[in-house]
Write a protein that binds this ligand. Structure first.
Ligand code: URA
Length: 436
Protein backbone atom coordinates (compact mmCIF):
# COMPACT_ATOMS: atom_id res chain seq x y z
CA UNK A 1 0.00 0.00 0.00
CA UNK A 2 1.35 3.43 -0.92
CA UNK A 3 1.97 5.66 2.13
CA UNK A 4 -0.33 8.36 0.78
CA UNK A 5 -3.15 5.77 0.54
CA UNK A 6 -2.64 4.79 4.20
CA UNK A 7 -2.72 8.47 5.17
CA UNK A 8 -5.83 9.03 3.06
CA UNK A 9 -7.62 6.06 4.65
CA UNK A 10 -6.82 7.31 8.15
CA UNK A 11 -7.82 10.84 7.13
CA UNK A 12 -11.17 9.37 6.01
CA UNK A 13 -11.62 7.60 9.39
CA UNK A 14 -11.15 4.06 8.08
CA UNK A 15 -9.56 1.38 10.25
CA UNK A 16 -6.09 0.43 9.03
CA UNK A 17 -5.14 -3.24 8.73
CA UNK A 18 -2.09 -4.63 10.60
CA UNK A 19 -0.45 -5.20 7.19
CA UNK A 20 -0.80 -1.62 6.02
CA UNK A 21 0.35 -0.29 9.39
CA UNK A 22 3.39 -2.60 9.19
CA UNK A 23 4.13 -1.42 5.63
CA UNK A 24 3.87 2.25 6.64
CA UNK A 25 6.15 1.74 9.67
CA UNK A 26 8.65 -0.18 7.50
CA UNK A 27 8.73 2.87 5.21
CA UNK A 28 9.27 5.17 8.19
CA UNK A 29 12.19 2.99 9.25
CA UNK A 30 13.90 2.69 5.86
CA UNK A 31 13.30 6.36 5.02
CA UNK A 32 11.06 5.76 2.00
CA UNK A 33 8.20 7.51 3.82
CA UNK A 34 9.00 11.23 3.91
CA UNK A 35 8.98 13.55 6.94
CA UNK A 36 5.89 15.25 5.50
CA UNK A 37 4.10 11.92 5.19
CA UNK A 38 4.94 10.96 8.77
CA UNK A 39 3.60 14.35 9.93
CA UNK A 40 0.41 13.94 7.88
CA UNK A 41 -0.10 10.40 9.21
CA UNK A 42 0.42 11.58 12.79
CA UNK A 43 -2.04 14.43 12.30
CA UNK A 44 -4.63 12.07 10.75
CA UNK A 45 -4.28 9.77 13.79
CA UNK A 46 -4.42 12.78 16.10
CA UNK A 47 -7.78 13.80 14.62
CA UNK A 48 -9.35 10.41 13.99
CA UNK A 49 -7.78 8.13 16.60
CA UNK A 50 -7.18 4.41 16.30
CA UNK A 51 -9.06 1.39 17.54
CA UNK A 52 -7.38 -0.98 20.03
CA UNK A 53 -6.42 -3.45 17.25
CA UNK A 54 -4.80 -0.66 15.23
CA UNK A 55 -2.93 0.58 18.33
CA UNK A 56 -1.65 -2.95 19.03
CA UNK A 57 -0.57 -3.30 15.37
CA UNK A 58 1.21 0.08 15.45
CA UNK A 59 2.96 -0.77 18.72
CA UNK A 60 4.08 -4.17 17.37
CA UNK A 61 5.28 -2.73 14.06
CA UNK A 62 7.26 0.00 15.86
CA UNK A 63 8.73 -2.50 18.34
CA UNK A 64 9.75 -4.79 15.49
CA UNK A 65 11.28 -1.93 13.47
CA UNK A 66 14.54 -2.78 15.26
CA UNK A 67 16.15 -5.18 17.66
CA UNK A 68 14.18 -6.73 20.54
CA UNK A 69 16.42 -7.34 23.56
CA UNK A 70 16.45 -10.32 25.94
CA UNK A 71 18.41 -10.58 29.18
CA UNK A 72 19.35 -14.27 29.74
CA UNK A 73 22.49 -13.20 31.63
CA UNK A 74 20.57 -11.48 34.47
CA UNK A 75 19.50 -13.22 37.66
CA UNK A 76 17.13 -10.48 38.79
CA UNK A 77 13.79 -9.25 37.44
CA UNK A 78 14.06 -6.78 34.56
CA UNK A 79 11.82 -3.80 35.26
CA UNK A 80 11.33 -0.21 34.21
CA UNK A 81 9.05 2.80 34.52
CA UNK A 82 7.97 5.35 31.96
CA UNK A 83 6.33 8.72 32.33
CA UNK A 84 3.98 10.17 29.74
CA UNK A 85 5.88 13.43 30.20
CA UNK A 86 5.77 16.49 32.37
CA UNK A 87 7.62 19.62 33.42
CA UNK A 88 10.37 19.29 36.02
CA UNK A 89 9.81 15.54 35.86
CA UNK A 90 13.27 14.10 36.56
CA UNK A 91 11.91 11.04 38.41
CA UNK A 92 13.72 8.57 36.11
CA UNK A 93 17.13 9.84 37.17
CA UNK A 94 16.50 8.92 40.81
CA UNK A 95 14.08 6.05 40.38
CA UNK A 96 16.38 3.87 38.26
CA UNK A 97 19.11 3.79 40.95
CA UNK A 98 16.58 3.39 43.78
CA UNK A 99 15.00 0.38 42.01
CA UNK A 100 18.43 -1.09 41.21
CA UNK A 101 19.51 -0.68 44.84
CA UNK A 102 16.37 -2.64 45.81
CA UNK A 103 17.35 -5.62 43.62
CA UNK A 104 15.88 -4.91 40.19
CA UNK A 105 17.69 -4.71 36.87
CA UNK A 106 16.63 -1.51 35.11
CA UNK A 107 17.61 -1.09 31.44
CA UNK A 108 15.92 2.28 31.00
CA UNK A 109 15.52 3.52 27.43
CA UNK A 110 14.60 7.19 27.63
CA UNK A 111 13.58 9.87 25.20
CA UNK A 112 14.39 13.46 24.37
CA UNK A 113 12.12 16.40 25.18
CA UNK A 114 8.73 16.18 23.55
CA UNK A 115 6.44 19.16 22.99
CA UNK A 116 6.59 21.35 26.10
CA UNK A 117 7.93 18.51 28.29
CA UNK A 118 11.55 17.76 29.14
CA UNK A 119 13.35 14.53 28.20
CA UNK A 120 15.58 12.39 30.41
CA UNK A 121 18.10 12.03 27.60
CA UNK A 122 18.56 15.78 27.19
CA UNK A 123 19.10 16.03 30.94
CA UNK A 124 21.76 13.30 30.92
CA UNK A 125 23.52 14.99 28.00
CA UNK A 126 24.39 17.80 30.40
CA UNK A 127 26.77 15.42 32.23
CA UNK A 128 30.15 15.71 30.47
CA UNK A 129 31.37 12.41 29.07
CA UNK A 130 28.18 10.46 29.87
CA UNK A 131 27.20 8.46 26.82
CA UNK A 132 23.50 8.04 26.22
CA UNK A 133 24.37 5.92 23.17
CA UNK A 134 26.66 3.15 24.46
CA UNK A 135 27.42 -0.01 22.52
CA UNK A 136 25.05 -2.86 23.31
CA UNK A 137 27.90 -4.66 25.09
CA UNK A 138 28.50 -1.68 27.41
CA UNK A 139 24.76 -1.22 28.03
CA UNK A 140 24.49 -4.88 29.04
CA UNK A 141 27.57 -4.68 31.23
CA UNK A 142 26.27 -1.62 33.11
CA UNK A 143 22.83 -3.16 33.68
CA UNK A 144 24.45 -6.39 34.94
CA UNK A 145 27.19 -4.87 37.10
CA UNK A 146 25.58 -1.63 38.33
CA UNK A 147 21.88 -2.60 38.22
CA UNK A 148 20.64 0.21 36.00
CA UNK A 149 21.59 2.08 32.85
CA UNK A 150 19.61 5.07 31.64
CA UNK A 151 20.36 5.53 27.97
CA UNK A 152 18.74 6.69 24.74
CA UNK A 153 17.23 4.72 21.98
CA UNK A 154 20.06 3.11 20.09
CA UNK A 155 19.87 3.09 16.30
CA UNK A 156 18.79 -0.53 16.62
CA UNK A 157 16.00 -0.07 19.18
CA UNK A 158 12.55 0.93 17.90
CA UNK A 159 14.06 3.18 15.20
CA UNK A 160 10.60 3.92 13.80
CA UNK A 161 9.64 5.57 17.10
CA UNK A 162 12.79 7.67 17.10
CA UNK A 163 11.84 9.19 13.76
CA UNK A 164 8.11 9.57 14.45
CA UNK A 165 8.80 11.02 17.94
CA UNK A 166 11.10 13.74 16.57
CA UNK A 167 8.51 14.74 13.97
CA UNK A 168 5.59 14.71 16.45
CA UNK A 169 7.63 16.91 18.79
CA UNK A 170 7.45 19.82 16.34
CA UNK A 171 4.12 19.22 14.55
CA UNK A 172 1.63 19.48 17.45
CA UNK A 173 0.80 15.77 17.18
CA UNK A 174 1.91 14.59 20.59
CA UNK A 175 -1.37 14.48 22.50
CA UNK A 176 -2.88 11.33 21.02
CA UNK A 177 -3.68 8.16 22.98
CA UNK A 178 -2.70 5.67 20.21
CA UNK A 179 0.47 7.58 19.26
CA UNK A 180 1.61 7.91 22.88
CA UNK A 181 0.76 4.26 23.57
CA UNK A 182 2.69 2.96 20.55
CA UNK A 183 5.60 5.33 21.16
CA UNK A 184 6.10 4.42 24.80
CA UNK A 185 5.41 0.72 24.49
CA UNK A 186 7.40 0.08 21.31
CA UNK A 187 10.56 1.16 23.18
CA UNK A 188 9.63 -0.58 26.39
CA UNK A 189 8.65 -3.87 24.73
CA UNK A 190 11.86 -3.80 22.69
CA UNK A 191 13.87 -3.45 25.91
CA UNK A 192 12.90 -6.98 27.00
CA UNK A 193 11.20 -6.05 30.31
CA UNK A 194 9.23 -8.38 32.54
CA UNK A 195 7.40 -5.52 34.28
CA UNK A 196 6.66 -1.85 33.75
CA UNK A 197 5.32 0.89 36.03
CA UNK A 198 3.75 3.80 34.18
CA UNK A 199 3.43 7.35 35.43
CA UNK A 200 0.54 8.87 33.53
CA UNK A 201 0.53 12.60 34.14
CA UNK A 202 -2.62 14.67 34.27
CA UNK A 203 -3.00 18.42 34.59
CA UNK A 204 -2.10 21.64 32.84
CA UNK A 205 1.52 20.55 32.34
CA UNK A 206 0.68 17.08 30.99
CA UNK A 207 -0.32 15.93 27.52
CA UNK A 208 -3.59 14.81 29.08
CA UNK A 209 -5.16 17.78 30.85
CA UNK A 210 -8.38 16.01 31.75
CA UNK A 211 -8.52 13.12 34.29
CA UNK A 212 -10.91 11.15 32.05
CA UNK A 213 -8.41 11.35 29.16
CA UNK A 214 -5.57 10.32 31.47
CA UNK A 215 -7.54 7.25 32.54
CA UNK A 216 -8.20 6.41 28.86
CA UNK A 217 -4.47 6.70 28.12
CA UNK A 218 -3.53 4.66 31.20
CA UNK A 219 -6.00 1.91 30.23
CA UNK A 220 -4.67 1.85 26.68
CA UNK A 221 -1.08 1.55 27.92
CA UNK A 222 -1.85 -1.04 30.59
CA UNK A 223 -3.97 -3.23 28.31
CA UNK A 224 -1.58 -3.19 25.36
CA UNK A 225 1.48 -3.84 27.57
CA UNK A 226 -0.13 -6.62 29.62
CA UNK A 227 -1.48 -8.10 26.37
CA UNK A 228 2.11 -8.20 25.10
CA UNK A 229 3.21 -10.13 28.22
CA UNK A 230 4.77 -7.31 30.29
CA UNK A 231 3.24 -6.99 33.78
CA UNK A 232 2.17 -3.37 33.85
CA UNK A 233 0.26 -0.90 36.03
CA UNK A 234 -0.13 2.87 35.93
CA UNK A 235 -0.27 5.61 38.53
CA UNK A 236 -2.15 8.70 37.43
CA UNK A 237 -0.27 11.60 38.97
CA UNK A 238 -0.74 15.34 39.27
CA UNK A 239 1.04 17.67 36.84
CA UNK A 240 -0.48 21.05 37.72
CA UNK A 241 2.90 22.48 38.70
CA UNK A 242 6.49 21.46 37.96
CA UNK A 243 7.28 18.27 39.85
CA UNK A 244 10.84 19.11 40.88
CA UNK A 245 11.75 22.64 41.95
CA UNK A 246 13.74 22.88 38.71
CA UNK A 247 12.94 22.64 34.99
CA UNK A 248 15.60 22.42 32.32
CA UNK A 249 18.51 20.08 31.79
CA UNK A 250 21.64 20.69 33.91
CA UNK A 251 19.42 22.23 36.62
CA UNK A 252 17.36 19.03 36.83
CA UNK A 253 20.50 16.89 37.09
CA UNK A 254 21.68 19.15 39.93
CA UNK A 255 18.25 18.69 41.53
CA UNK A 256 18.57 14.90 41.17
CA UNK A 257 21.97 14.92 42.87
CA UNK A 258 20.59 17.00 45.75
CA UNK A 259 17.69 14.52 45.99
CA UNK A 260 19.95 11.47 46.13
CA UNK A 261 22.00 13.16 48.85
CA UNK A 262 18.85 13.59 50.96
CA UNK A 263 18.18 17.24 50.16
CA UNK A 264 14.62 16.92 48.84
CA UNK A 265 12.93 14.90 51.57
CA UNK A 266 9.23 15.55 52.07
CA UNK A 267 8.63 16.85 48.54
CA UNK A 268 6.07 15.71 45.94
CA UNK A 269 9.04 14.47 43.96
CA UNK A 270 10.01 12.13 46.80
CA UNK A 271 6.44 10.85 47.14
CA UNK A 272 6.41 9.89 43.48
CA UNK A 273 9.85 8.30 43.39
CA UNK A 274 8.97 6.11 46.37
CA UNK A 275 5.49 5.21 45.06
CA UNK A 276 6.81 4.26 41.61
CA UNK A 277 9.70 2.27 43.10
CA UNK A 278 7.17 0.36 45.23
CA UNK A 279 5.04 -0.24 42.15
CA UNK A 280 8.06 -1.69 40.33
CA UNK A 281 9.01 -3.91 43.27
CA UNK A 282 5.49 -5.33 43.63
CA UNK A 283 4.92 -5.82 39.88
CA UNK A 284 8.21 -7.69 39.59
CA UNK A 285 7.36 -9.95 42.54
CA UNK A 286 10.32 -8.84 44.70
CA UNK A 287 7.80 -7.53 47.26
CA UNK A 288 4.19 -8.52 47.83
CA UNK A 289 3.07 -5.55 49.89
CA UNK A 290 3.15 -1.87 48.86
CA UNK A 291 3.97 -0.57 52.34
CA UNK A 292 6.94 -2.91 52.70
CA UNK A 293 8.05 -2.01 49.17
CA UNK A 294 7.92 1.71 49.99
CA UNK A 295 9.96 1.12 53.15
CA UNK A 296 12.57 -0.74 51.11
CA UNK A 297 12.79 2.13 48.60
CA UNK A 298 13.12 4.71 51.41
CA UNK A 299 15.91 2.65 52.95
CA UNK A 300 17.76 2.51 49.60
CA UNK A 301 17.69 6.30 49.56
CA UNK A 302 18.46 6.92 53.22
CA UNK A 303 21.38 4.47 53.27
CA UNK A 304 23.01 6.22 50.30
CA UNK A 305 22.87 3.00 48.26
CA UNK A 306 20.79 4.64 45.51
CA UNK A 307 23.27 7.55 45.33
CA UNK A 308 26.09 5.05 45.08
CA UNK A 309 24.36 3.21 42.21
CA UNK A 310 23.77 6.52 40.38
CA UNK A 311 27.44 7.48 40.80
CA UNK A 312 28.60 4.11 39.46
CA UNK A 313 26.20 4.29 36.51
CA UNK A 314 27.46 7.77 35.59
CA UNK A 315 31.12 6.77 35.90
CA UNK A 316 30.70 3.50 33.97
CA UNK A 317 28.90 5.31 31.15
CA UNK A 318 31.79 7.76 30.81
CA UNK A 319 30.81 10.60 33.16
CA UNK A 320 32.89 12.03 36.00
CA UNK A 321 33.57 9.61 38.88
CA UNK A 322 33.04 12.40 41.46
CA UNK A 323 29.92 14.02 39.97
CA UNK A 324 27.99 13.56 43.20
CA UNK A 325 30.73 15.14 45.31
CA UNK A 326 31.37 18.07 42.96
CA UNK A 327 28.37 18.64 40.65
CA UNK A 328 29.23 22.33 40.29
CA UNK A 329 32.60 21.39 38.77
CA UNK A 330 30.92 19.52 35.92
CA UNK A 331 27.41 20.82 35.23
CA UNK A 332 27.71 23.84 32.95
CA UNK A 333 26.29 27.05 34.41
CA UNK A 334 24.40 29.66 32.43
CA UNK A 335 26.11 33.07 32.33
CA UNK A 336 23.06 34.87 33.74
CA UNK A 337 21.02 33.79 36.77
CA UNK A 338 18.15 36.07 37.66
CA UNK A 339 15.36 35.88 40.26
CA UNK A 340 11.69 35.62 39.36
CA UNK A 341 9.71 37.71 41.82
CA UNK A 342 6.14 37.59 43.11
CA UNK A 343 3.89 40.17 41.49
CA UNK A 344 1.87 40.56 44.72
CA UNK A 345 1.57 39.21 48.26
CA UNK A 346 -0.47 36.09 49.00
CA UNK A 347 -0.36 32.34 48.31
CA UNK A 348 0.97 30.78 45.13
CA UNK A 349 -2.32 29.24 44.10
CA UNK A 350 -1.98 28.09 40.46
CA UNK A 351 0.68 27.68 37.82
CA UNK A 352 0.44 27.54 34.04
CA UNK A 353 2.73 24.51 33.92
CA UNK A 354 2.70 24.11 30.15
CA UNK A 355 3.80 27.75 29.98
CA UNK A 356 6.70 26.92 32.29
CA UNK A 357 7.78 24.13 29.90
CA UNK A 358 7.48 26.47 26.92
CA UNK A 359 9.54 29.11 28.77
CA UNK A 360 12.37 26.54 29.07
CA UNK A 361 12.17 25.92 25.31
CA UNK A 362 12.26 29.69 24.64
CA UNK A 363 15.38 29.93 26.77
CA UNK A 364 16.97 27.35 24.44
CA UNK A 365 16.53 24.31 26.70
CA UNK A 366 14.22 22.51 24.24
CA UNK A 367 13.70 22.24 20.50
CA UNK A 368 11.58 23.94 17.88
CA UNK A 369 13.01 21.78 15.04
CA UNK A 370 13.89 18.05 15.20
CA UNK A 371 17.59 18.59 14.40
CA UNK A 372 18.17 21.48 16.81
CA UNK A 373 20.90 21.44 19.45
CA UNK A 374 19.84 22.68 22.86
CA UNK A 375 21.51 24.75 25.55
CA UNK A 376 21.87 22.44 28.55
CA UNK A 377 22.78 25.30 30.88
CA UNK A 378 19.48 27.15 30.77
CA UNK A 379 16.30 26.59 32.75
CA UNK A 380 14.65 27.39 36.04
CA UNK A 381 15.37 26.43 39.61
CA UNK A 382 14.36 27.16 43.20
CA UNK A 383 10.73 27.14 42.06
CA UNK A 384 8.47 27.41 45.10
CA UNK A 385 5.63 24.89 45.40
CA UNK A 386 2.00 25.95 45.13
CA UNK A 387 0.59 26.81 48.53
CA UNK A 388 3.67 28.81 49.55
CA UNK A 389 2.95 32.20 51.15
CA UNK A 390 4.96 34.96 49.48
CA UNK A 391 5.42 38.70 49.84
CA UNK A 392 5.31 40.97 46.81
CA UNK A 393 8.81 41.17 45.30
CA UNK A 394 10.04 37.97 47.01
CA UNK A 395 11.88 35.35 44.95
CA UNK A 396 9.60 32.55 43.70
CA UNK A 397 12.19 30.95 41.43
CA UNK A 398 15.29 31.68 39.36
CA UNK A 399 15.95 31.83 35.62
CA UNK A 400 19.22 30.50 34.17
CA UNK A 401 19.73 32.13 30.77
CA UNK A 402 22.28 32.63 28.04
CA UNK A 403 21.90 36.45 28.03
CA UNK A 404 20.51 39.32 30.10
CA UNK A 405 17.72 39.93 27.60
CA UNK A 406 16.63 36.27 27.62
CA UNK A 407 16.74 36.20 31.44
CA UNK A 408 14.68 39.35 31.75
CA UNK A 409 12.05 38.16 29.27
CA UNK A 410 11.82 34.73 30.92
CA UNK A 411 11.59 36.19 34.45
CA UNK A 412 8.70 38.46 33.41
CA UNK A 413 7.00 35.57 31.63
CA UNK A 414 7.46 33.23 34.59
CA UNK A 415 6.09 35.70 37.12
CA UNK A 416 2.93 35.99 35.00
CA UNK A 417 2.50 32.20 34.88
CA UNK A 418 1.87 32.00 38.64
CA UNK A 419 -1.43 33.11 40.16
CA UNK A 420 -1.24 34.59 43.64
CA UNK A 421 -4.39 34.58 45.76
CA UNK A 422 -5.29 35.74 49.28
CA UNK A 423 -6.22 32.17 50.34
CA UNK A 424 -4.11 29.01 50.08
CA UNK A 425 -5.20 26.63 47.28
CA UNK A 426 -7.10 23.44 48.08
CA UNK A 427 -4.86 20.40 48.61
CA UNK A 428 -4.38 18.28 45.49
CA UNK A 429 -3.44 14.60 45.78
CA UNK A 430 -0.06 13.76 44.23
CA UNK A 431 -1.38 10.38 43.06
CA UNK A 432 -4.96 10.37 41.80
CA UNK A 433 -5.49 6.69 41.11
CA UNK A 434 -3.92 3.42 40.10
CA UNK A 435 -4.87 1.43 36.99
CA UNK A 436 -3.89 -2.22 36.67
N1 URA B 1 6.83 9.51 25.97
C1 URA B 1 7.13 8.82 24.83
O1 URA B 1 8.10 8.08 24.79
N2 URA B 1 6.32 8.98 23.78
C2 URA B 1 5.24 9.76 23.79
O2 URA B 1 4.56 9.84 22.80
C3 URA B 1 4.93 10.49 24.96
C4 URA B 1 5.74 10.35 26.05
Amino acid sequence: MLPQETIRRKRDRLALSPEEIAAFVAGVTDGSVSEGQVAAFAMAVWFNGMGRDETVALTRAMRDSGEVLAWPELDRPVADKHSTGGVGDNVSLMLAPVAAACGLAVPMISGRGLGHTGGTLDKLDSIPGYTTAPSEALFRRVVKNVGCAVIGQTAELAPADRRIYAIRDVTATVESVPLITASILSKKLAAGLSSLALDVKVGNGAFMTDPGEAVTLARSLVEVANGAGVKTSALITDMNEPLADAAGNAVEVANCIAFLKGGKAGTRLETLVIALAAEMLVLSGLETDHTAAEAKARQALASGEAAEVFARMVATLGGPADLLERPEAYLAKAPVIRPVTATESGYLSACDTRGVGLAVIELGGGRTRPDQTIDHRVGLDRLLPLGTKVEKGAEIGRVHAASDDAAQAAAARLAALYRIAPEPPANRPDILTRIS
